[in-house]
Design a protein around this ligand. Structure first.
Ligand SMILES: *[C@@H]1O[C@H](CO)[C@@H](O)[C@H](O)[C@H]1NC(C)=O
Ligand SMILES: *[C@@H]1O[C@H](CO)[C@@H](O)[C@H](O)[C@H]1NC(C)=O
Ligand SMILES: *[C@@H]1O[C@H](CO)[C@@H](O)[C@H](O)[C@H]1NC(C)=O
Ligand SMILES: *[C@@H]1O[C@H](CO)[C@@H](O)[C@H](O)[C@H]1NC(C)=O
Ligand SMILES: *[C@@H]1O[C@H](CO)[C@@H](O)[C@H](O)[C@H]1NC(C)=O
Ligand SMILES: *[C@@H]1O[C@H](CO)[C@@H](O)[C@H](O)[C@H]1NC(C)=O
Ligand SMILES: *[C@@H]1O[C@H](CO)[C@@H](O)[C@H](O)[C@H]1NC(C)=O
Ligand SMILES: *[C@@H]1O[C@H](CO)[C@@H](O)[C@H](O)[C@H]1NC(C)=O
Ligand SMILES: *[C@@H]1O[C@H](CO)[C@@H](O)[C@H](O)[C@H]1NC(C)=O
Ligand SMILES: *[C@@H]1O[C@H](CO)[C@@H](O)[C@H](O)[C@H]1NC(C)=O
Ligand SMILES: *[C@@H]1O[C@H](CO)[C@@H](O)[C@H](O)[C@H]1NC(C)=O
Ligand SMILES: *[C@@H]1O[C@H](CO)[C@@H](O)[C@H](O)[C@H]1NC(C)=O
Ligand SMILES: [Cu+2]
Length: 569
């Protein structure tokens, strides 16, 4: 209790010292987000979902590169919520980044929090979503960042731009699915359908008339701003008879990469050019899950969601429409084909600043775990309870956020001993691993980074329980993905093949199934930054940690003071 009082008193002090002034400039745009329940019908049944402003998917935020926007978030629902600006680095201002109990306590029902979105280098497609329980299932939307006035896209200006938001729909409430899984120890129920812009598509009953339709003119080019907002599923996505050209990812441009299909992992975004160059007709766009789990066991949603690209004109559309080619659900080779081709522009206007000799080298294993239950009474593997970890530490969320604990010197909230390498080195990706390795430790450990240190993280997937992909997302930074591969990382051979010329700049990288991936970044954004798997159940099970990046010496290298209206714990 006294800790909470201390935080409160310090907040008042901060307000008296710094006032509200710094975050109230006349020229700053303000938006209003009202979180509230709304009734939605999908798959022939109706339920209440949490929305922003009654919309699902939520409102698109349009911005210019470098802009700061204030969003007044009102919680008029019944649950705690927080909002995160995904892929926005929020320079020196972790206060309104959003992850609950990491940088803030939740906005409680009936409360309001004014959040800044501080754009800097990002340009392209980002998104926003709730970062509390599984409420992000329906609380999410696109952020579109246009070039600054006087600058251009690094590709011909498209005729139109369309957000394509991929999601998942449960007939039940997603938080009830979560609570049930946590209570039994099992994998959560698979969703009942996947969604394109909030719609299952016309392969589902009661869904035909509302299927998302994109009307195109022959000869024109469209920029699809594709976001994987699904809680759990990695998705293959393609458009019948049309090629797609990737020109950006995670708010950063790439060299053009033309593909028949893409694989987009939870948390990622792709900017894709679509040329309407086929004969006028209706064409399906479709998405389905990539997973290594057996389809028959209902571990994942193995349905196909569709939308329609319809050419304008007078003609009779084909009937039935044919589906585009999508790889087999367990095609791991197909799952890495986009990442294999991604390159940043690395030109004068979009320089590549990849650290060449990192000062801090970390190796983090990412994998599944399980806890034993009395008499094998749980519903996870062999009567155990599912868990997940990084370097064998399953993350426990504190009850006061780490940022306040750090800023106000409150001890006992987190530890700063997150291991920089795995404690136990074994053949991480072999098929037979001793069962006793499955039980993780648990705790709230972070790693402290010196300001401006250059950091390399090798994420090593493990084959404990099930060697699956893990889309790792870092808050506060974009990072260069310098290499990846299957099997165990080889510290002598693999770095010889790193791309230090034009690696893609991303904020969510999928560590391939039974493989590894290496990222690099310069720790020049002080603050507390969450890092976690964007497969929601893995995040819930503990595949999380945080970095504390220390202040630099210059005042401009230090965390800004908090706003006066931080939600109380
Ligand atoms: C940018 O251009 C738009 C439209 O051309 C204009 O309305 C706006 O005022 C310009 N903004 C700046 C900062 O120059
Ligand atoms: C999960 O699936 C099981 C089996 O089909 C069902 O009994 C249960 O009600 C489902 N839970 C939720 C929350 O939908
Ligand atoms: C999903 O998998 C189940 C079990 O194998 C199967 O019955 C069902 O037809 C599959 N659904 C689709 C759309 O493939
Ligand atoms: C993929 O699934 C099919 C059947 O659904 C199975 O025959 C095949 O062995 C699986 N492939 C891999 C690589 O697991
Ligand atoms: C992986 O997929 C690519 C692209 O489809 C293909 O060219 C290649 O032969 C595949 N490799 C294997 C080992 O299947
Ligand atoms: C576990 O099994 C033992 C022996 O069968 C029994 O005595 C004990 O009550 C069980 N414990 C629980 C928690 O069910
Ligand atoms: C926290 O501790 C640091 C160093 O020990 C000190 O500089 C800072 O003023 C303290 N902050 C508060 C809010 O007590
Ligand atoms: C994780 O830590 C637990 C507890 O110390 C230990 O039993 C287990 O073997 C460790 N597993 C790995 C993979 O390090
Ligand atoms: C943390 O680890 C202990 C010891 O292994 C275990 O009993 C406990 O259930 C774990 N806590 C959680 C929340 O998983
Ligand atoms: C941090 O690094 C950047 C780029 O390497 C450099 O421009 C800047 O001066 C450094 N800042 C400090 C405080 O060392
Ligand atoms: C379940 O137990 C069996 C027998 O001990 C073992 O072979 C298998 O690997 C276990 N599976 C998991 C996921 O722990
Ligand atoms: C909502 O947040 C407050 C403040 O952190 C916390 O005390 C409360 O337990 C939370 N409620 C739920 C249902 O998690
Ligand atoms: Cu994961």
């Amino acid at each position: 209790m006294w800790l909470i009082m201390k935080v409160f008193l310090l907040q008042i002090l901060a307000f008296l010292l710094f006032g509200g002034g710094i975050y109230c400039q006349a020229s700053t745009r303000r938006l209003t987000f009202v979180v509230k329940e709304a009734s939605y019908t999908r798959l022939c049944s109706t339920k209440n979902i949490l929305t922003v402003n009654g919309q699902f998917p939520g409102p698109t935020i349009y911005a210019k590169k470098g802009e700061t926007i204030i969003v007044d978030v009102y919680n008029k629902g019944k649950e705690n919520i927080t909002i995160h600006w995904h892929g926005v680095s929020m320079p020196r201002y972790p206060w309104t980044d959003g992850p609950e109990y990491i940088t803030q306590c939740p906005i409680q029902p009936g409360s309001k929090f004014s959040q800044k979105i501080i754009l800097s280098f990002e340009e392209g497609t980002l998104w926003w979503h709730a970062h509390s329980d599984w409420t992000r299932n329906t609380i999410h939307g696109a952020i579109i960042v246009y070039p600054k006035n006087g600058t251009k896209y690094p590709f011909p200006k498209p005729n139109a731009e369309i957000p394509i938001i991929l999601g998942q729909w449960w007939k039940s409430d997603a938080n009830v699915v979560r609570d049930e899984a946590l209570a039994t120890g099992a994998d959560p129920n698979a969703s009942d359908s996947l969604l394109i812009n909030g719609q299952p598509g016309d392969l589902f009953p009661c869904s035909k008339s509302d299927t998302f339709k994109l009307t195109v003119d022959h000869g024109k080019t469209y920029l699809l701003r594709i976001i994987n907002a699904a809680l759990h599923e990695a998705l293959f996505f393609s458009i019948a008879k049309h090629k797609m050209t990737v020109v950006g990812t995670d708010g950063s441009y790439t060299k053009p990469l033309t593909r028949d299909y893409i694989t987009i992992y939870p948390g990622q975004t792709y900017d894709v050019l679509l040329e309407a160059n086929q004969h006028p007709d209706h064409y399906y766009m479709a998405a389905k899950t990539y997973s290594i789990a057996p389809a028959a066991r209902n571990f994942f949603d193995n349905t196909t969601t569709t939308a329609i690209v319809q050419y304008r004109g007078y003609y009779t559309p084909s009937s039935p429409l044919s589906l585009p080619y999508l790889p087999t659900y367990n095609d791991t080779n197909a799952s890495v084909q986009v990442m294999a081709g991604l390159r940043s522009l690395a030109d004068a206007e979009h320089p590549c600043n990849v650290p060449l000799s990192p000062s801090t080298k970390l190796i983090y294993t990412v994998g599944m775990n399980s806890y034993l239950c009395p008499n094998n009474s749980c519903a996870g593997p062999n009567g155990t309870r599912f868990s997940a970890s990084i370097n064998n530490i399953s993350f426990q969320f504190p009850t006061i956020d780490i940022l306040q604990a750090y800023y106000y010197n409150i001890s006992g909230v987190y530890g700063d001993k997150f291991p920089s390498v795995p404690e136990l080195v074994f053949d991480f990706t072999t098929d037979i691993i001793p069962l006793e390795y499955q039980t993780p430790k648990n705790g709230t450990e972070v790693r402290v980074l010196e300001y401006n240190s250059t950091v390399e993280i090798v994420f090593q997937g493990t084959n404990l329980i099930a060697g699956t992909h893990h889309p790792m997302h870092l808050h506060g930074y974009s990072f260069y993905v310098v290499g990846w591969g299957f099997g165990n990382f080889d510290k002598d051979k693999d770095p010889l093949h790193y791309n230090l010329v034009d690696p893609p700049l991303q904020s969510t990288i999928s560590v391939p199934t039974k493989g590894w991936a290496t990222i690099r970044f310069e720790a020049s954004n002080p603050g507390v930054w969450f890092m976690h798997c964007h497969v929601e159940r893995h995040q819930t099970w503990g595949m999380d940690t945080a970095f504390i990046v220390k202040n630099g010496k210059h005042p401009e290298a230090q965390v800004l003071p908090p706003p006066s209206d931080m939600p109380p714990c």
